[in-house]
Design a protein around this ligand. Structure first.
Ligand SMILES: Cc1cc2nc3c(=O)[nH]c(=O)nc-3n(C[C@H](O)[C@H](O)[C@H](O)COP(=O)(O)OP(=O)(O)OC[C@H]3O[C@@H](n4cnc5c(N)ncnc54)[C@H](O)[C@@H]3O)c2cc1C
Length: 459
């Protein structure tokens, strides 16, 4: 396998050099000839924001499309400021427990074999592992029948061990962008996200492909060039999330099943994401979009109640949230990562928004059809996170006053939405860092398909 990939990657560098020369010729000719505002000039603008330098390495420069910050700033602020804070934050009790309906309740393909595979490991989870106040809303712990729906690989099962105290004081409110409802308590279980990292699970082939196809083909097709921002947004958000998922699979991959060796599979990262500049650009877009929503909800997030009954941890959570929201580097170099006020303004604005909302709800429902439990967990969490970002940016007070003060007066989030939002931002932040750190090194070391320094054995 290694040999095959080596050959592939050597060929790739050649292809990149040719692509670089081609792009340079195209730019030189195109800039002079294309009239302003024409499709060609918009294409040139896009190519200008991503080009290959003299070494043939892929390099991202300029402002991230549809956003307000450039690639270098995103990389710098992310690595130096946001990534370390987010990594710390998601380990705290408030952010590590996610309430989720894990039952595979697919409304689209009821006969999907994957969804009926049962494994009773969860039955062993003793009821006293759920803190008292976790159990109260639903009356009792959900039955094993309700809890279970996992794929055939051991890697795909969700570890449901719980070890902390409860949350309180959060209001349960609607989100017009998503289909799951936190109030649907009978079906919900709590999952410790730290015990269930998003990584390789072996979920692939036609079942996985069917999900992605349904997401893209039925709900957010790739837009033709020249399409308005409102029509691009959903595709870009999902594509950015898809890139992030692929990067996490490649970053934590089962390299050798026999010895249970996990590590980075850089050739996979390249083949699935880095080889497609569009997918990388969409990752940056999604990151900035979600980051903007967090910044817009700053007042709300700062005043929210992070009490889980773990004194010092909860105080730290509040401090870290403040640090994230008021980071000096971020405020100075990227104060408004995305400008949501520009959207839905035209005559068709409200109608387009309604369509986008319906499509997003559909995508959210499709997550119930993911036939691998761990993938479903992270799929649902991240789609809820995106839905929360969309709600913050577009649904709060959209028909009333748009004044700053008014906006915050009306914003209401479920605890679970906040958990999903911050965990999503952390996942995207990790992906941005991985692309930035290992992308160029992979291309330089063209013969090495896997990084040998990152392997680890798990017993
Ligand atoms: C919601 C969800 C969560 C998942 N989580 C996990 C997980 O945690 N661990 C795990 O091992 N597997 C997970 N999977 C499976 C994983 O995403 C892949 O489907 C699987 O690894 C097979 O990959 P593939 O190479 O066939 O391409 P896929 O990733 O399945 O892509 C399918 C097609 O979509 C297009 N495409 C790919 N990437 C992009 C992009 N960024 N933007 C636009 N179009 C794109 C391409 O045409 C590609 O052929 C998940 C799947 C889903 C649907």
């Amino acid at each position: 396998m290694e040999e095959k990939s080596e050959k592939k990657s050597t060929g790739r560098v050649g292809k990149w050099s040719l692509a670089a020369i081609g792009a340079a010729i195209f730019l030189v000719l195109g800039i002079g000839l294309a009239p302003r505002g024409s499709p060609v000039s918009s294409l040139i603008h896009r190519i200008k924001s991503c080009y290959c330098n003299q070494d043939g390495l892929l390099n991202y420069r300029g402002v991230v499309e549809d956003c307000c910050c450039d690639y270098e700033t995103v990389d710098r602020v992310n690595s130096e400021a946001l990534h370390p804070v987010l990594q710390d934050l998601v380990k705290h009790p408030f952010f590590r427990y996610f309430k989720v309906k894990l039952r595979c309740d697919c409304p689209f393909w009821p006969d999907d074999g994957m969804c009926f595979l049962r494994d009773c490991s969860v039955c062993e989870c003793p009821e006293n592992e759920f803190p008292e106040s976790f159990r109260k809303p639903s009356g009792n712990t959900p039955s094993a029948e309700h809890l279970i729906c996992q794929g055939e690989n051991p890697e795909s099962a969700v570890d449901r061990t719980i070890d902390a105290k409860a949350f309180k004081g959060w209001i349960e409110v609607d989100n017009p962008w998503t289909s799951d409802d936190e109030r649907d308590n009978a079906e919900m279980v709590y999952v410790n996200l730290q015990l269930n990292p998003e990584r390789y699970t072996g979920y692939s082939g036609p079942p996985a492909r069917r999900i992605w196809d349904a997401v893209y083909l039925e709900n957010c097709q790739k837009y033709p060039s020249g399409e308005c921002q409102e029509k691009r947004i959903l595709y870009k958000l999902i594509s950015g999330l898809h890139s992030s998922i692929s990067i996490h699979i490649a970053a934590d991959y089962l390299l050798d099943e026999k010895t249970n060796t996990w590590g980075q599979n850089l050739s996979l990262m390249y083949d699935r994401v880095l080889a497609y500049p569009d997918r990388v650009r969409n990752l940056y877009f999604t990151y900035l979009f979600v980051l903007r929503s967090v910044m817009k909800a700053a007042d709300y997030l700062e005043q929210a109640d992070y009490d889980t009954g773990n004194g010092l941890d909860d105080e730290n959570t509040e401090l870290l949230i403040k640090r994230l929201l008021h980071d000096h580097k971020l405020q100075v170099s990227c104060p408004k990562p995305f400008d949501e006020a520009k959207l839905w303004k035209g005559q068709n604005g409200p109608e387009l928004m309604k369509q986008t909302q319906l499509r997003f709800r559909n995508i959210s429902a499709i997550m119930d059809c993911v036939g691998c439990e761990k993938c479903r967990l992270w799929g649902k969490l991240q789609v809820l996170g995106l839905g929360t970002a969309l709600k913050i940016l577009f649904s709060v007070n959209s028909h009333e006053s748009s004044s700053h003060h008014h906006h915050h007066h009306h914003l209401q989030l479920q605890r679970n939405e906040v958990i999903a939002l911050i965990n999503l931002l952390n996942r995207l932040s990790e992906s941005i860092k991985l692309v930035h750190d290992v992308g160029p090194s992979y291309q330089t070391a063209s013969g090495h398909v896997m990084s040998s320094s990152h392997h680890h054995h798990v017993s």
